[in-house]
Design a protein around this ligand. Structure first.
Ligand code: ADP
Length: 334
């Protein structure tokens, strides 16, 4: 797994669990979403009723799962977790829904990947707190309505735009998480170091924060790698020198680019003269799956102004050439 990929493996999920904020007050940054959500939750608590369904959108690693857990904790109810890809058939979802207890929170990660029949079943469940259980087959089939307890659905998606409008409309509140400011990531790193029981110097926390692609998951991961370095090769101290040395070992550059990012940019400039070049061609050139380049490397590179997307393909920007220490062709203007 890449050090700067924003997704998490199952093993990493376990390491992450220890670092998760447990309350809204503990949740660093994202002031707007935090404020909005705390209103929704306080109002529901005041009324003694379950809140509206909540949709959380934003790139991986920014805290959607964490917020779902916090919502359940703040409401004092338990959380059930499932995901779009885990639900193969509408019946799987019906089974989950019918086993919910009153007031529980159902977290559906990657909700945009639900299959159509499950999605349709979910609309009805969210709106009418009912599922129609189909018994029998063909002409003799009939639907038996089954009423559900009042639950709160919390959906997470990397792109709210991918959700069909009818499903999106069932959510009373949508919170959009954006990449974190460096100052917030410094707080994330410092807080996590405290939980890991290690002292970190402020300069080291800033260094890690500035190389974390605006993503708490990556910040926590880099912190663990710096801790390893300090323990094995350093004197145990998490200072600036340790942070720099560790991140050099892991090939994370000062802007948070890693080897794949640099390979993509270098190919774009040196093999294709700055483009435009198609994504698949670019991916093959660096020996990666097009999907990996598209979902892992590209969004960050585009956001940083290090790659441009045009209808004819990917292009290098002036910034790309500069970052690689190369001279741009005379006609490069942006
Ligand atoms: P997502 O579900 O959006 O992919 P997660 O909620 O799993 O992201 O968060 C990934 C990791 O980042 C978790 O270990 C969590 O502790 C940490 N994290 C995310 N957001 C915050 C935050 N606002 N403050 C502190 N840590 C955070």
């Amino acid at each position: 797994d890449r050090l700067t990929s924003s997704g998490a493996s199952d093993i990493e999920r376990a390491a992450e669990a220890a670092l998760r904020p447990r309350s809204l007050d503990d949740f660093v940054g994202q002031r707007v979403v935090r404020d909005q959500l705390s209103l929704v939750l306080d109002a529901a608590k005041g009324r003694g009723a379950a809140p509206d369904h909540v949709l959380l959108s934003g790139p991986p690693g920014l805290g959607k799962t964490t917020l779902a857990m916090i919502i359940a904790a703040e409401l004092g109810v338990s959380l059930r977790v499932t995901s779009g890809p885990a639900i193969q058939h509408a019946g799987d979802l019906a089974a989950v829904l019918s086993s919910l207890d009153e007031g529980e929170v159902l977290f559906i990660d990657e909700i945009h990947r639900l299959a159509r029949p499950a999605e349709e079943l979910l609309y009805v469940a969210m709106e009418d707190f009912r599922v129609d259980v189909v018994v029998g087959k063909g002409a003799g089939a009939s639907a038996i309505p089954l009423s559900l307890p009042r639950f709160t659905a919390v959906g997470a998606t990397t792109r709210a735009g991918l959700l069909p409008a009818p499903l999106r409309d069932r959510f009373g509140f949508t919170g959009h998480l954006d990449f974190y400011e460096a100052t917030d990531l410094v707080r994330v790193v410092t807080r996590s170091a405290g939980l890991l029981g290690v002292d970190i110097e402020p300069e080291a926390a800033s260094e890690i924060a500035s190389r974390s692609r605006g993503t708490p998951r990556i910040a926590n991961r880099l912190l663990r790698r710096v801790r390893d370095w300090a323990q094995v090769r350093g004197d145990g101290k998490l200072n600036l020198a340790a942070a720099r040395a560790a991140l050099e070992v892991y090939e994370v550059d000062p802007r948070g680019l890693d080897r794949l990012d640099r390979a993509v940019l270098t190919a774009l400039c040196t093999r294709f003269g700055g483009g435009p070049v198609g994504l698949s061609t670019l991916a093959i050139t660096v020996g990666e799956e097009p999907e990996t380049v598209e979902t892992v490397a590209e969004p960050f590179l585009v956001r940083e102004g290090l790659m441009g997307r045009t209808p004819r393909g990917r292009v290098a920007t002036l910034e790309t050439w500069r970052h690689l220490g190369l001279v741009p062709p005379a006609d490069t203007t942006t």
